[in-house]
Design a protein around this ligand. Structure first.
Ligand code: FE
Ligand code: FE
Ligand code: ZN
Length: 297
């Protein structure tokens, strides 16, 4: 049986940064993890020299993790699809060039990016603006880091909510070899896909985009019914998707080798990831597992 690469997003914070993130991941029983290079809501970034990269890399390798399975997520505020405010677009391009270089300097190979939002100008305008932005970024950064475009829930004016929209970006970008995809189970359900038909979803993805493009799977339950376009993640088994469907993605033979990353909410101010990872690894549904966190003091 091949190794299951499963983990969660982890705050990379002072003073231990990457080394601390690896330790946290190990404490969850994870085999990989996802980090932001700073706060997800802003683009302020510390110099990479202060982020304990070498220490983190050493620990990561000593622990049987694989740097090629570690994921970095770009901040949410980047919007290459904004054709209303040129400065938002320009800040996005500039930030992404530097972010890709940071990811490369850390020794990682994957950056997840929310494609963008059209802010009233319509999906097509945003898609074309994103293509232009990706071309600018990828012509400048000088790395070989893959940008994994995330499938979005359709909240607000988000684009990249269908596989066809993601395919459009890849088809029109001048650097398609640098692009991959991050499939988020909560987002595709919110966008209207029948997430529970796992084989069918994977087949459709393969047909529209090509399964070789799939680099990351975000493993989240959803607080809302299919098509709600809300993007509210729920703990595994507590939402409308349910444990069985989520576990099918985690263990699906066609998704073997692809990192699976939880972005589920904290419970009682505590990270739920050790429990969720254990249940998903064992592929065993357990009712009321959150009670353990809710009753803890
Ligand atoms: Fe995301
Ligand atoms: Fe996600
Ligand atoms: Zn989300």
């Amino acid at each position: 049986m091949s190794k299951l690469w499963i983990g969660s997003h982890i705050d990379m914070t002072a003073p231990d940064y990457l080394e601390g993130a690896v330790k946290t991941a190990l404490s969850y029983g994870a085999s990989t993890f996802m980090i932001y290079t700073g706060a997800p809501q802003n683009s302020i970034r510390k110099p990479i020299e202060s982020m304990r990269i070498q220490e983190g890399r050493t620990l990561l390798e000593a622990s049987g993790m694989d740097a090629s399975k570690v994921v970095v997520h770009a901040p949410y505020i980047i919007n290459l699809g904004n054709t209303v405010k040129p400065e938002t677009y320009a800040i996005g391009v500039e930030f992404l060039v530097r972010e890709l270089r940071r990811v490369h300097q850390m020794g990682f190979t994957m950056l997840v990016l929310h494609p963008g939002a059209h802010v009233g100008m319509g999906t097509q305008a945003a898609l074309d603006s994103i293509v232009k932005g990706l071309d600018e970024v990828l012509s400048q950064d000088g790395t070989n880091v893959t940008i994994a475009l995330e499938t979005m829930a359709g909240k607000g004016t988000e684009v990249g909510i269908t596989f066809e929209e993601i395919r459009y970006l890849i088809d029109h970008c001048a650097y398609p070899d640098r692009l991959g995809v991050c499939l988020d189970t909560c987002h595709i359900a919110d966008a209207g896909y029948a997430v529970e038909n796992v084989d069918e979803i994977i087949e459709t993805f393969d047909h529209v985009i090509g399964l070789s493009r799939l680099k990351v799977v975000h493993i989240n339950d959803s607080k809302n019914p299919r098509g709600a376009r809300k993007d509210r993640h729920e703990n595994i088994g507590y939402g409308t998707i349910g444990f069985k469907t989520i576990a099918s993605y985690v263990h699906h033979p066609r998704l073997e080798g692809i990192p699976k990353i939880l972005e589920t909410p904290y419970v009682n101010d505590r990270p739920p990831y050790a429990l969720e990872i254990a249940l998903l690894k064992a592929n065993k549904e357990e009712e009321n597992w959150r009670d353990k966190l809710e009753s803890a003091t």
